[in-house]
Write a protein that binds this ligand. Sequence first.
Ligand code: GDP
Ligand code: GDP
Length: 436
Amino acid sequence: MVLPVVAIVGRPNVGKSTLFNRIIKERLAIVEDEPGVTRDRNYAQAEWMGHNFDLIDTGGITWEDGKIEEEIRAQAEIAIDEADVIVMLCSVVNGVTDLDERVAQLLYRTKKPIILAINKADNPELRAEVYDFYSLGLGDPIPVSGSHGTGIGDLLDKIVSKFPRELDKKDKDTISFSVIGRPNVGKSSIVNKLLGEKRVIVANQEGTTRDAIDTPFIGKDGTKFRLIDTAGIRRRGKVYEKTEKYSVMRALSAIDRSDVALLVLDASTGIREQDKHVAGYAHDAGRGLIIVVNKWDIPKKDSGSGKDFEQVIRQEFQYLDYAPILFVSAKTGQRLDQIPEIVKEVYKNENQRIQSSVLNDLLLEASKLVPTPLVKGKRLRVYYMTQVKTNPPTFVVFVNDPELMHFSYQRFLVNQLRENFNFEGTPIKIIPRKRK
Ligand code: GDP
Ligand code: GDP
């Protein structure tokens, strides 16, 4: 699923995070019921009139030394590199400031669509003042009020009208995957080796923003793959690369646009806190996932070391119990050739559909194995189950009372599904519904 990316930039205090929250508000309200491992407030998916997109508040990416000049430069760089549409936000209250002009100048060098929005236009008098902002040379200023919610619809209309067309139709037979992980685990080494060894990188088409950061290639057996965000991985040495918030955000946007994500860990350092953050996001995104332990050439090995490391991973990432683990070395090339095959396998698993009749046989067998739970004297009754979605496979289970279907019973059903079908690498969702 390839989503357009929208970035909000602007000097501090113009209201970027207020606008961001306003745009994602409804979606957050929906997402809030689903317990996730982590949540980030500078990056979210949003929807307007049937268009889904990723929204980034570049101002939320904080800086250790906090120099304002550096901050706005980094914001602009992120927006130029990552976004399909850039929203430059100003505040009508202060008029056009030097910093606004600085941001605008940084943005002049991109050909990407830029929309100029003027915030804090809370009333008609203030709205009339936005015309001063024509002087920035970024086109028509759109008055909005993030705190009152006015003008947001017009702004969103304008944003979605600028989405690149080709994003809408995803190439059905291409498998998109991304390589994510904290800095220095070896993501770029893996990517370069994967692409380098294939030597069949399809030339990027011109004129599409997305192709600039995704690399298509063809696997040995002719399968079409698309490696997401490789330019981002190669685009190294920029200031903003070093901030953790940014790397997490980029991982998120890459996962959202992938069918399958490879979570890279470093065998020489073991698991760190930051690995857990990235893993949590990957799990919450609900995509296929493969754990890749890189630098496997480094640790001294005896026959049990792979098993030992695997145990540690299973312990630390219990919620990722569905993800296969692959031990590789980008340095020696060990097992890298298995990556495309495993990606393909996980893709197949997350997209399979199980017929309702087969599912109901499974329910019947399951009920013979373990009786449904009795909660406060009331027994859960499971009537039937049907798969409503793929990627991730999502099953609606019709029951007498959804309250009675505790996590442990859901877990049991998921395990039954895994035992009977090959869902390796993909999360499975169960949704209990009351039968009318
Ligand atoms: P950021 O630094 O650009 O992310 O700005 P914030 O979203 O943190 O907002 C800065 C200040 O402007 C806060 O005190 C907000 O309450 C205020 N603010 C944001 N949007 C509006 C608006 O539409 N109207 C008014 N009057 N104040 C706003
Ligand atoms: P990234 O930040 O995740 O993209 O990591 P890099 O690909 O830049 O790798 C970080 C460092 O680890 C570099 O010095 C690489 O040469 C080294 N490295 C990457 N993969 C391996 C590996 O499989 N074995 C060894 N020994 N070093 C590796």
